[in-house]
Structure formats: C-alpha cells, structure tokens
Ligand binder design. Structure first.
Ligand code: 809
Length: 295
C-alpha cells in the first residue's frame, strides 16, 4: 500500500536527535537490515527556490562523494507527503559541538579532530567541491567498537647507507577510540561554478561575506581553523562587531592550553589573506600531525 509513508514502512523511529529550522533528525532502525540510521525529515522546498537548490545540492554532493571514512555516508533520499527525507550514516558519538559544551578539548584530542577532518576535507576538495559550512555542529563522531585491538609490527632493524642502525617507524594499526566525520553537505558547492549559500557567519572568513569566491578551498580552511580555536576554548565566537573583525584581521588570542606550534597552525588557518592559509594537503603533511599518537 504505497499510501503508507516509506519512512513508516521501512523504518522504526528510536529517537529524535535534532530539531531545527531545517526540520527534524531521527535516529531510526531499518526494519529490513536492522541497522541504525540518521534520517532528516524536512519540509519539501518550494520548486525553483534556493531551498530546493540546496536540498538537491546536498544529495548531489553525497552522490559524488561516495564513501570516505571521514565523510558521513549517504544511503538514500526520497520525497513523501510534502516532505523530503535523507537517510545517512548514524554517528553514535554525538557532534563535536555537543562534545565541547561542558569542556574544551586538549591538544591530543584536537590533533585527532584535525587529522580526521582534514582527511575528509582533502577528499571533498579533491573532487573540486567545497563544504562551506564547517563548524562543530556539522562534525560528528563515531565510537569504534574494536578500539582496543592493536596490531604492532616489531620495528625492523636495518642498516642504512651510513651503516647507522635505523629503525623504521613502528607500523601501528591501532584503531582509534573515535572517528570524526564531516556531515551536513547542505552548503556544498563546486569550485567551478560556485553557487554559494552562506553558512554560519561565526565560522565564515571575511572574503566570503564580501562575496569574494575566488578561493573557496581556503574558506573551508578558515572555518576549520576557527572551529579548532573554539574547540580549544577560544569561544564563544562572535556573530558580528569588533570581536568578529579582530578574529579575521589576524588578532587571534593565544590559547594557553595548546602548544606554540598548534597556536601557530590555527592562526595560519585563520590568516586574513586566503592565499596565506595552508591547503588541506599541506596541513595533512604538517609536522604537528606526523607525531600524533593514533591510540
Ligand atoms: C542533529 N544530529 C545529530 C546526529 C547524531 C550525531 O551523533 C546527526 C547525524 C546527522 C545529521 C544530519 C545533518 C544534516 C543532514 C542530514 C542529517 Cl541526518 C544530524 C544529526 C547525520 O547525517 N548523521 C548523524 O549521525
């Protein structure tokens, strides 16, 4: 009986995990495969409106961005009784926003956030797409079930050319306790023909507010930088006014809880000039991440 909604037919609602002007997000169990999913149900956008474009953008982005460990996975989307629904991977660890509510993150945890999110961002950027709404609410976490397993390959003793013993890096395949994933692709757009629907002004660089879309990759880098700044205790972030401008004119307060190197990296990511900000690739190979302990 196709009159019964597909949502009710195929899923059992377990929980409401989010409510906003965008709609409602449910934690659901699929009756057929028994797996848990996050399903966002929102009012069907008016045909031809910017909301429809944004809703389609989200689904197109997910379709292009397939499967990546650090991007929330998409399964299906459909329309029914004047609503549209999108079925995504359920991340059971909550959002980064929820995680930093009662305490800010230490350097070790921030390095894992940076390592995972920059890996997901590198993947999005490698498809000539930009996220355009990176912020703690849109970074989700998943607790890994077999986090305790640690496969350790004994360091190889080898003689390199000057005869000195050199020990290869220990190849540790330890599972991280938590995996961070980029979610909410509602603002994703192509760098080729950008259609920028502005995200949250607390996380946007100045050039985007001035509608300068000449370097959108670097706008994502700014948003990630100010997200780390907030997660490390630099918040709450201003929405406007002198404080908003100071953070975008290079006046970024030092975060006492972080090393000098990490403070410098965040300041670089938040640099007033987009070209001075590092690329997702250069951050990925930044020394600060090479020493990160993956346990
Ligand atoms: C508010 N909220 C809370 C959660 C659980 C976090 O542990 C959540 C999720 C998603 C989304 C979501 C965001 C944007 C579009 C579609 C969805 Cl399902 C929203 C979520 C999503 O795609 N996957 C989620 O786990």
């Amino acid at each position: 009986d196709t009159n019964i909604s597909r949502f009710k037919r195929e899923f059992m609602q377990v929980n409401v995990i989010g409510v906003g002007e965008f709609g409602v997000v449910f934690q659901c169990v699929n009756r057929l495969d028994g797996c848990i999913y996050a399903i966002k149900k929102s009012k069907k956008p008016v045909a031809g409106s910017s909301f429809e474009k944004r809703a389609l953008n989200e689904v197109w982005a997910h379709a292009v961005l397939g499967k990546h460990d650090n991007v929330v996975r998409y399964y299906s989307a459909w329309a029914e009784d004047d609503h549209m629904l999108i079925q995504n991977e359920f991340c059971d660890g909550g959002s980064l926003h929820a995680r930093i509510q009662d305490h800010c993150l230490g350097e070790a945890e921030l390095k894992i956030v940076l390592m995972h999110v920059i890996e997901g961002l590198r993947y999005i950027h490698s498809n000539d797409l930009v996220h355009m709404d990176l912020k703690p609410e849109n970074i989700f976490s998943t607790m890994n079930p077999n986090a305790h397993k640690l496969v350790e390959v004994q360091p190889q003793q080898t003689k390199d050319d000057d005869g000195m013993d050199s020990v290869y890096e220990e190849l540790r395949h330890s599972e991280n306790l938590v995996t961070y994933k980029i979610g909410d692709l509602g603002h994703v757009t192509s760098v080729k023909e950008p259609y920028v629907e502005e995200g949250d002004c607390r996380y946007l660089p100045k050039e985007i507010l001035h509608e300068d879309y000449s370097n959108l990759f670097k706008a994502d880098i700014f948003s990630l930088g100010i997200t780390l700044f907030e997660a490390a205790g630099g918040g709450p972030l201003p929405k406007n006014g002198p404080e908003w401008h100071n953070l975008r004119d290079g006046k970024v307060p030092i975060l006492p809880s972080l090393s000098r190197d990490f403070n410098e990296l965040i300041a670089q990511m938040m640099h007033p000039y987009p070209d001075k900000r590092p690329t997702s690739q250069s951050i990925f190979s930044h020394p600060i991440l090479s020493a990160v302990d993956s346990k």
